[in-house]
Design a protein around this ligand. Structure first.
Ligand SMILES: Cc1ncc(COP(=O)(O)O)c(C=O)c1O
Length: 422
């Protein structure tokens, strides 16, 4: 073995001259425009959205207009978080307590919890190598009580929306897309979030752009909008003086603060340039990794629409992937496998509380309500393929601070480790 081939983990010289930087996305770009936008709200002393004079002048209303325009949808509701967006979105669908909603077994816990908050029952579907719902398994998850599908575009990877929409149509199911991790992504040229009845976005700090805290619900249907708006603000009818409220939901209050909305608006202006940078890096890395022995790149249902924040690949086994990730890390590339028993990652069904323990049968719950007892049961080993993919997946995180040299080092390091291990 030449010196250059000796792995850094075994005392060789690391590929990276300096460790590759880690970074979040939009939040790291906060600068003068964001400061000005927030200060402007403070100077105006208009920190509440529904101030009767100039309702349209609110920051939240402006953010809603941006998303309506970008996505080509009739209705948008800015809310206080991505979780709030999901709660409002599911409320918008007007489903009955105890109805079932199919979600992927790999998504942030906010997805199933927002379903439970609406007294609905989450049903877990396996993911496949694309990190998104396995549509073969999705078909098997459908029961007479299924009413909706919730595809989640995890790590910016678009779901197979053609197939999901086909299944939804065949079975008369609503579709609510969780776009929290894929803001700005698309599938075959159509923006994510616009395929089904509802799309839900998050502007939390770890997301592509941030409002500090915030979210957006997008939809076309007037009834869904009216119900979801009751969640955005339980007094929306009063503030807006409208007559269209629907009385089959009881609203809470997920209004976004004007300071957050102003920050979100300023960040919105950065969205496309951030996406360009991520996609440039991802393409460069993927091109460099073609044909590497021993690894399989995670396929994407639409490489053009993929947001580009993660390059993912698999080895043949969980053990091999851990060894690979450790070796890569020693070369100067921050990375790891996605499912490591012991790290309680709330994006993996295995760690969701209801999967490990349902409330007792005597208690009224989404699984036992309205005279209906649910047959849905969970266990930590119920989605073995999901755990296998997540255990074998190694992720290279992409962000705007990566230079072309960083990307090339990543490629070189993966090639070096693969050569040594396979
Ligand atoms: C897939 C997914 N759904 C929903 C959420 C919830 O968003 P938030 O943290 O803004 O409530 C998140 C992020 O945290 C997420 O990653």
């Amino acid at each position: 073995m030449s010196n250059a081939d000796k792995l850094a983990i075994h005392g060789g010289s690391p590929v990276c001259a300096e460790r590759i930087p880690e970074s979040l996305h939009g939040v790291m770009e906060i600068g003068e425009p964001e400061k000005r936008a927030v200060m402007n709200v403070l100077e105006k002393k208009r920190v509440f959205r529904f101030y009767p004079e100039g309702l349209e002048d609110s920051e939240a209303a402006a953010l809603e207009r941006k998303y309506a325009e970008r996505l080509g949808v009739r209705h948008t509701l800015a809310v206080s978080s991505g979780t709030g967006a999901l709660v409002a979105g599911f409320a918008g669908l007007g489903l009955e307590p105890g109805d079932e909603v199919i979600i992927p077994a790999y998504t942030f816990i906010a997805t199933p919890f927002s379903i439970l908050a609406n007294w609905l029952v989450p049903v877990l579907c396996e993911i496949d190598a694309t990190m998104t719902m396995d549509t073969e398994h999705l078909r098997q998850c459908i029961t007479p009580r299924t009413r909706a599908i919730c595809p989640v575009h995890m790590r910016g990877f678009p779901c197979n929306m053609d197939e999901i929409m086909k299944i939804a149509e065949e079975h008369n199911l609503a579709v609510l897309e969780d776009v929290a991790q894929a803001n700005g992504g698309s599938y075959k040229g159509k923006p994510l979030g616009t395929f089904g009845e509802v799309g839900c976005f998050s502007f939390q700090m770890y997301k592509i752009i941030t409002a500090g805290e915030g979210g957006m619900v997008v939809m076309n249907d007037d009834r869904i909008f009216s119900r979801a708006r009751t969640q955005q603000d339980c007094a929306s009818r009063y503030w807006l003086n409208t007559q269209d409220e629907i009385y089959d939901v009881y609203g809470e209050n997920y209004r976004i603060c004007e300071l957050c909305a102003a920050l979100g608006l300023a960040q919105y202006e950065r969205l496309d340039s951030l996406l360009d940078q991520f996609r440039h890096c991802k393409k460069r890395i993927l091109a460099g990794l073609e044909g590497v022995n021993g690894i399989e790149l995670a396929p994407s249902h639409d490489p053009e629409g993929d947001v580009g924040i993660a390059v993912m690949f698999y080895t043949e086994s969980i053990e091999k992937s851990r060894e690979f990730a450790q070796a890569l890390d020693a070369e100067g590339i921050p990375c790891g496998t996605m499912y490591n028993k012991g790290i309680p990652d709330r994006h993996i069904f295995y760690y969701w509380p209801f999967v490990n323990q349902l409330p007792p049968d005597s208690r009224i719950s989404p699984w036992n309500c309205g005279g209906k007892k649910s047959d849905v049961r969970y266990s930590p080993d119920m989605c073995p393929r999901t755990l296998d993919y997540l255990g074998r997946a190694i992720t290279l995180n992409i962000h705007q601070k990566l230079t072309d040299s960083h990307c090339d080092w990543m490629v070189e390091a993966v090639r070096k480790v693969a050569k040594a291990l396979f």
